[in-house]
Design a protein around this ligand. Sequence first.
Ligand SMILES: O=C1O[C@H](COP(=O)(O)O)[C@@H](O)[C@H](O)[C@H]1O
Length: 260
Amino acid sequence: MSTPQIVVHRDKELMAQAAAARLITKIVDAQAARGSASVVLTGGRNGNGLLAALATAPARDAVDWSRLDLWWGDERFLPEGDPERNYTQAREALLDSVPLDPARVHPMAPAGGPYGIDPEAAAEAYAAELAAASRPEDHGPVPSFDVLLLGVGPDTHVASLFPEMPGVRETERTVIGVQGAPKPPPVRVSLTLRAIRAAREVWLLAAGEDKASAVALALSGAGEIQAPAAGAYGRSRTLWLLDDAAAARLPRELYPPATS
Ligand SMILES: O=C1O[C@H](COP(=O)(O)O)[C@@H](O)[C@H](O)[C@H]1O
């Protein structure tokens, strides 16, 4: 478990640009060190904001896009091409404009796809895909992702793990089907905290005043059942990337002076 580090930016645009620059450096470094890099994408406003900032970042061509593995932390279990699917939104924000290797892009299955309308079957298939990609040095059923991105919901949910719901209590499986999510759509597929914690680095993104209470709760000692974001950490680093509004209720001693 790594102790959270907190970086606060002036506003959500600067936060997205700084996170994009940080991610480019991380991918380039991982590719230099290990030949390829792996990133787990998140849906939501801030995750898509980061991808859009990456699409226009001056240094984006420093990345070898053909040696990047992309996974998803969660998916809204909707038909292929649905505009609310996290995969559809990521494609629009970035993926369609960079030369990725399609064999290295790993979206979660859509509703009505190979697993019909059964999110548990889609989750099992994704767990198997992760296990197949895991190498002996990963010491577990998921790869050691270089960076795993997470948005933080106003209720402290991360991926599709919602407070007090069964998903956040799951300790064995790496991917689960979610029914009855409080945020639409109700049916989803999600990595569990076990899978999230296999990442080398976990970056949590939150911007806007509607996230301020969630950020304060998760970083002030709440348990992960009550505040799933509190249970999301990386093996080497846990980084909270915030804007001023989302950090507004954090005790000031938790983060160093102005970083904007
Ligand atoms: O529905 C979802 O919401 C969360 C948070 O989204 P945000 O718009 O409040 O930032 C997101 O992290 C998750 O991937 C997505 O499925």
